[in-house]
Design a protein around this ligand. Structure first.
Ligand code: CU
Length: 152
């Protein structure tokens, strides 16, 4: 004989799980949504072991990190405060991961694939720097595969 209480608590759990599944599905689509009109598009290309940034105005820089001085040469990811930046991320060799920890930006750089992510640059003073670090082990110099987001 079926206990009515068992049926009730089973239906309550099924209802809760269905609600969580529906909410999660909607949330995932919202998290993936890109802004209709970003301030800037930047193509980010991972290389062993540096980042390349291609801007829509034709500027193309290889950003190389110097661990001794904690500086980058060649260029950086430049953006004005408050800008909405869409990054289109790929790799020229192995899998990397483009990460700006302070801003919660993290997207994989995969050869042969273009991944998209958008974020809002903080309203901080011009010259402020945010560390960019590769977070996918990609070989010998993975640890110094760094750059900076620099506010212009
Ligand atoms: Cu890497």
């Amino acid at each position: 004989m079926v206990n009515k209480l068992e049926v009730a608590w089973t239906l309550v759990v099924v209802g809760l799980l269905a609600g969580v599944a529906a909410y999660s599905t909607v949330l995932v689509y919202h998290l993936d949504a890109l802004p209709a009109h970003p301030t800037e598009y930047v193509e980010v290309i991972g290389h062993q072991w540096y980042w390349e940034f291609k801007y829509t105005n034709g500027t193309d820089v290889n950003s190389t990190y110097d661990a001794a001085t904690n500086t980058v040469s060649g260029g950086a990811l430049w953006a004005p405060p408050g800008a909405v930046v869409q990054i289109n991320v790929t790799s020229a060799d192995v899998i990397h991961s483009f990460n700006i920890p302070q801003l919660g930006v993290r997207i994989d750089a995969i050869p042969g694939r273009m991944n998209h992510f958008a974020f809002t640059v903080p309203n901080a003073a011009a010259g402020s720097e945010y560390l960019i670090q590769c977070t996918e082990f990609c070989g010998t110099y993975h640890g110094i595969m760094r750059s900076f987001l620099v506010l212009t």
